[in-house]
Write a protein of this length. Structure first.
Ligand code: ZN
Length: 188
């Protein structure tokens, strides 16, 4: 299945907006590290919430970051339910960009999108990657490729180089990381 993700290739520099509460700690995402991120999960889909938590766990193994769940506005990231205005036709999820105007720390997901657990997980890893400063990668094996393709996905060396310019990588991180390494957890 192909799940189209929002493309940032157009020239806008103002983020999408919506009637969600802003995350007061969102600029924590601009720090090099260590990061301490509050994550507010505002979705009616418990499976999506669980895959989003697993995606945060993945990223906490890549960069010097810890996270906790936050119910108030002291969040850096908020998972919100996307509207049709935010999620255009066939787009399942969309992140804001930290360096564009109106950055509020939001990632919008279509809570009714017909995605498997693995697709939700990989899409969450992709969108959180945007909040950590990553752009799309032309390598179709990268989790930052603009389409969510079936098959193994990685953070490749160019993703990791970009990431290291923004954040402190964990010492165990080498040339390439499989994003699928936690899929045993995801599919059980
Ligand atoms: Zn994207």
């Amino acid at each position: 299945m192909l799940a189209r993700l929002a493309s940032p290739s157009d020239q806008r520099t103002v983020n999408w907006s919506g009637s969600y509460s802003s995350c007061d700690q969102r600029f924590e995402l601009l720090k090099h590290g260590p990061l301490d991120l509050g994550v507010k999960i505002s979705t009616s889909n418990p499976v999506l919430a669980e895959q989003f938590r697993l995606a945060m766990e993945f990223w906490s193994g890549v960069i010097d970051m810890r996270w906790h769940e936050e119910t108030g506005n002291a969040c850096a990231i908020q998972l919100v339910e996307g509207t049709h205005e935010i999620l255009k036709k066939s787009i399942v999820a969309r992140a804001q960009f930290t360096d564009w105007d109106n950055f509020q720390g939001w990632i919008a997901f279509d809570p009714a999108a017909k995605l498997s657990r693995v697709e939700m997980y990989l899409t969450a890893v992709h969108e959180i990657g945007h909040l950590l400063g990553l752009k799309h990668n032309p390598n179709a094996k990268s989790v930052m490729y603009y389409l969510d393709l079936e098959g193994p996905e990685y953070l490749d060396s160019s993703d990791l180089t970009s990431l290291a310019q923004r954040h402190k990588l964990r010492p165990s991180v080498h040339a390439q990381i499989s994003v699928a390494r936690t899929l045993a957890l995801v599919t059980n």
